[in-house]
Ligand binder design. Structure first.
Ligand code: PMP
Length: 354
């Protein structure tokens, strides 16, 4: 820390992104990216847009908001776009949390929530998951906090039903409930249809996972137009050009190619079931993940050992060195070939370690 760094940020522990190695060619199963390239239409439209990079992008992003609104059955004024859904979450912490509106979220969830809360100097509460890693909806009924719930949750992949989300929304009418649907397209139920009934609901989504565009940094929020206006106040106060021309064009391209996204999601879902079955045969235990990753442990091998042994053999997964998930690894579901390489390597590791 330099002597110039503001004391007000001294306590900040930044989010640790998954490794992006450059020294060696890994099978990369550590950051829940899509194994498939972006839609060819998205690529074509992004490269067309590159020809006009001398111009700032449209800060209203109207065309893309219209396309997203049509896709989700909402109005363009009920949509905000951002530089990844991370940025929508950041705006939400800034907009809807303060001393009078503390934040609350599960103790095991997306690591950025506590970072944003700290950055925004918002008091927050981490609510323990049940022992089986499920969220107990009763813990979120009428809490008086601004709630952040990833559904499916990360890194467990476990979901709450729409009925459970609705109970939570109904019991907290004066607090915003943020439902982070980064992984919803791999088998979760989206809460977007509830935004017209609950003015306290903000759903966040991303083009990073099911739409194969993590590198474009494009995310969105869907909520009542009042909530969206609040988020836009923060957007216009920080970076009105938060979505660049190429990413916005790629977003339009992939939304015009839903069949491509759907096919890729189906493949990931099939590969997830295939991998889960094969890993169970090797003795691994895992949650019932509805996301594009599996959360697995072996009863006789420490999580760190599995992580290190896989890395040594060229496969990168995500290990969180903290209780109570220390024995687990989060493994992104990739292509069938990548999953076969993973299964073969894990079977060697199990043979060696047990
Ligand atoms: N929410 C969750 C639960 C995530 O795992 C991620 C991806 N790391 C994000 C949000 C943010 O995704 P992005 O900013 O790429 O849209």
């Amino acid at each position: 820390m330099s002597r110039f760094f503001s004391k007000s940020h001294a306590a900040l522990t930044p989010y640790t992104p998954g490794e992006q190695p450059r020294n060696m060619k890994y099978i990369k199963l550590n950051t829940n990216e899509s194994p498939f390239p972006p839609s060819p239409l998205a690529v074509r439209m992004a490269s067309e847009a590159a020809k006009r990079l001398q111009l700032y992008p449209d800060p209203t992003l109207l065309e893309l908001r219209e396309a997203l609104a049509a896709r989700y059955g909402v109005l363009p004024d009920e949509v905000i776009l951002a530089n990844g859904s991370d940025e929508v979450l950041y705006f939400a912490f800034m907009a809807f949390c303060d001393d009078a509106h503390p934040a609350a979220f599960p103790d095991i969830t997306y690591g950025f929530y506590s970072v944003f809360a700290t950055l925004c100097r918002v008091p927050f509460r981490e609510i323990p998951l049940r022992e089986d890693f499920t969220v107990d909806p009763a813990d979120y009924i009428g809490t008086g906090d601004t709630l952040f719930l990833a559904n499916p949750n990360a890194p467990t992949g476990l979901t709450l039903s729409l009925r459970q989300i609705e109970e939570i929304l109904r019991s907290n009418p004066d607090r915003v409930v943020v439902v982070d649907e980064a992984y919803v397209d791999f088998g979760g139920e989206s809460a977007v249809s509830l935004i017209h009934r609950y003015d306290n609901l903000l759903v966040t989504g991303t083009f990073s996972k099911s739409r194969s565009m993590a590198g474009a940094r494009l995310g969105f929020g869907i909520a009542s137009s009042e909530l969206i206006r609040d988020l836009d106040t923060l957007r216009y106060s920080t970076n009105p050009y938060n979505v660049n021309r190429m990413s916005a064009a790629a977003g339009l391209g992939v939304l015009a190619d839903e069949a491509y996204t759907h096919k890729n999601c189906q493949t990931v879902i099939e590969n997830r079931a295939y991998t889960a079955k094969r890993l169970a045969e090797l003795g691994f235990l895992m949650t019932d993940s509805r996301a594009n990753f599996l959360f697995v442990k072996h009863p006789d091998i420490a999580g760190k050992t599995v992580y290190t042994a896989l890395k040594e053999r060229g496969i990168l997964v995500r290990h969180f060195d903290r209780d109570p998930i220390r024995d687990y690894n989060r493994i992104t579901v990739g292509t069938r070939e990548e999953m076969d390489a993973l299964i073969n390597t894990l079977s060697e590791i199990v043979r060696e370690q047990t």
